[in-house]
Design a protein around this ligand. Structure first.
Ligand SMILES: [Zn+2]
Length: 340
């Protein structure tokens, strides 16, 4: 059998293979490998060309090149058909016009929301944001705030002691001392943050919660300024129609001290569970900075005056969103968090 004959036969064989129904992808790859790979039929004939009869070698070479081209063109054409007819793969099913799978989107924690809302109101009034340490010394958390060693106020605050002298802060009021120590007056800051109390965990109390502390120090600051700012805040936060009242109270670091209530917006002061049928909701504690506090940071109380206030974020958030169990805030339950 001459090489020319072999070339003819290979062409017939190829035609038979290709025409034998529409090949699926695997069969097509097999045919391609059989004819055009480095050890395929064509390469095999090219290898034989060297030992062919010199008289027919040029003709055979030409015929073989033509066959190679023929097969290449046929296979190219076929590859398009094959990919159209092969099983549909996952990638083929991609419909780029469809909207994508939704990504799970988190929501802002209700406490964060309330903190942001409150700080926004105060920053509009010219307060700057400040942050202080959550682990602090007895001096900043108690002593400089006029809560001396055997002061009864220490009993009001069950404290986590790290060492004899270091505590997890029991209120954000430690920020007042840090601010005044590091800055000369006038000072106008709002300081949100976490605070800790060694309390039994229950529906109403938790071992940590959040406060926002406000401090304003300048010359001739009066209780009227304090009431003005807090009334403005209450209207912004609770709505234009909210009523406020100030009740005398006691804090070691303010004198005089007061607690501010707002009219219950759940019952319009008709009495409900949330206001315990008083028509009022207790919102915050406040007062004029005690001269003793000024002395502890080296401010002259004859020159400087100021007010401070602090409010619990959890209580505000519970009232605002009707949350009855304080523990919900810390459990990270997404069924709860998704609602905000
Ligand atoms: Zn009420």
């Amino acid at each position: 059998m001459t090489i020319l004959h072999s070339i003819d036969e290979l062409k017939n064989q190829f035609d038979t293979d290709v025409l034998n129904g529409k090949p699926d992808k695997d069969a097509f790859e097999e045919i391609k490998r059989k004819y055009t790979s480095r050890k395929g039929k064509i390469a095999e004939l090219f290898a034989q060309l060297g030992s062919a009869d010199p008289d027919i070698r040029p003709e055979a070479g030409k015929a073989l090149n033509e066959l190679k081209e023929y097969i290449t063109i046929k296979l190219d054409g076929l590859s398009a058909v094959v990919s159209d007819n092969t099983e549909v793969t996952a990638a083929d099913q991609l419909d780029l016009t469809l909207s994508g799978d939704p990504f799970p989107v988190g929501s802002i924690h209700p406490l964060t929301k309330v903190i942001e809302e409150i700080t926004t109101i105060f920053t509009k009034l010219g307060f700057s944001l400040a942050y202080g340490p959550e682990i602090d010394t007895d001096f900043y958390n108690f002593e400089a705030l006029n809560i001396l060693k055997h002061h009864p106020a220490r009993d009001m605050q069950d404290t986590f002691y790290v060492t004899d002298d270091v505590v997890l802060r029991t209120h954000t009021s430690n920020n007042q001392i840090h601010m005044m120590e590091n800055h000369d007056p006038p000072i106008k800051v709002i300081a949100p943050g976490r605070v800790y109390r060694n309390e039994d965990v229950s529906v109403r109390s938790y071992c940590l919660f959040h406060q926002i502390e406000g401090l304003y120090v300048d010359k001739n600051v009066s209780m009227a300024d304090l009431k003005g700012v807090l009334n403005y805040f209450a209207r912004e936060f609770f709505g234009k129609n909210v009523k406020t009242r100030f009740r005398p109270s006691y804090f070691p670091f303010t004198e005089p001290s007061a607690e501010m209530d707002v009219s219950c917006y759940f019952c319009s002061q008709n009495g409900c569970n949330i206001c315990k049928y008083t028509g009022w909701l207790e919102i915050l504690g406040c007062g004029m900075v005690d001269p003793e506090v000024f002395k502890s940071v080296g401010y002259d109380p004859d020159i400087w005056s100021g007010y401070a206030f602090g409010m619990g974020i959890e209580r505000m958030a519970m009232q605002r969103y009707g949350i009855e169990d304080i523990r919900m805030f810390y459990e990270g339950d997404i069924r709860f968090l998704r609602q905000f």
